[in-house]
Write a protein that binds this ligand. Structure first.
Ligand SMILES: NC(=O)c1ccc[n+]([C@@H]2O[C@H](COP(=O)([O-])OP(=O)(O)OC[C@H]3O[C@@H](n4cnc5c(N)ncnc54)[C@H](O)[C@@H]3O)[C@@H](O)[C@H]2O)c1
Length: 253
């Protein structure tokens, strides 16, 4: 069970998609929630403009949000952008853009949130958003994959350093999930159908699927330093995933 009534939370990327879904779910359990986002809007009680890639912006926005809330117990370091680029052709400006938001931005927001949770004196928990792309070797998104793999290692180190303050740190790794982030991919004929076909549970994720995983990570009191893949099983695909082949056919090989 979450012990959330009256608690305070910070969510980055709370104006849209997974972040907005987590905010609504936390509010339903009695929390007050602040959102840090480039975009205005979203369901948060407190909304502060912030660019997570910019250190001064994160420091100022976190202080503003925590001041308005009156403390902090939980944080969801989630803001991110899609990025496509291959090793041979990707401009380094594109590499820097995605790494700065998806990895540096998580480091910065985790740091500022951890200080605020520590200073509030009751311990708490932080969840960061990784991705199935940081577990698998997807092509065409080398910088995105590296950033998300970095988030998985960040929570392992942060879990050790912050345990002394009673702060647990974990990551959620969504598989392909229907949010505005996937709008570009929707134009690729057959892409969503293919993703569903290679996913053991046979469909793309919904925001609710990822919200369930995030709330579980906030609730699990003996879990820290872990990445939970919420992905319909797509990260357990293997070299036996040949179209038309199933386990029984392989067993008779
Ligand atoms: N949708 C997917 O398939 C999927 C899969 C795996 C991981 N993820 C991750 O989930 C997280 C949330 O993505 P989503 O799918 O909800 O997408 P989304 O585009 O709906 O939401 C992302 C939010 O982050 C905000 N944001 C972007 N750059 C920012 C910045 N520099 N500073 C502050 N806010 C910024 C956006 O304004 C937006 O509100 C991201 O980290 C993404 O990489 C998404």
């Amino acid at each position: 069970m979450l012990e959330l009534a009256g608690k305070l939370a910070l969510v980055t990327g709370g104006a849209s998609g997974i972040g907005a879904g987590v905010i609504v779910a936390l509010q339903a359990q009695g929390l007050r929630v602040a959102s840090l986002d480039l975009q205005p809007g979203g369901p948060a009680d407190v909304r502060v403009a912030c660019d997570v890639a910019d250190e001064q912006s994160v420091v100022a926005a976190t202080a503003d949000a925590v001041g308005q809330l009156g403390g902090l117990h939980y944080a969801f370091c989630n803001a991110g952008v899609a990025g496509m680029g291959s090793i041979l052709t990707m401009p380094m400006a594109e590499y820097d853009r995605v790494m700065n938001i998806n990895l540096r931005g998580v480091v910065l927001t985790l740091r500022e949130a951890a200080k605020a949770i520590r200073d509030s004196g009751q311990g708490g928990a932080i969840v960061c958003t990784a991705s199935s792309a940081g577990i698998m070797a997807d092509i065409g998104m080398v910088h995105y994959s590296l950033a998300k793999m970095g988030v998985r290692q960040l929570v392992r180190v942060a879990a050790r350093e912050l345990a002394v303050h009673g702060i647990r740190v974990n990551a959620v790794a969504p598989g392909p999930t229907v949010t505005p982030m996937l709008d570009g991919a929707a134009e690729m004929t057959g892409y969503f159908e293919h993703l569903a076909a290679i996913t053991p549970l046979g469909r793309l994720g919904t925001v609710e699927d990822i919200v369930d995983a995030v709330l579980a990570l906030f609730a699990l009191k003996w879990v820290t330093g872990q990445t939970l893949a919420a992905d319909g099983g797509v990260t357990v695909c293997s070299s036996t995933d040949v179209p038309g082949i199933d386990a029984e056919a392989l067993a008779s090989w």
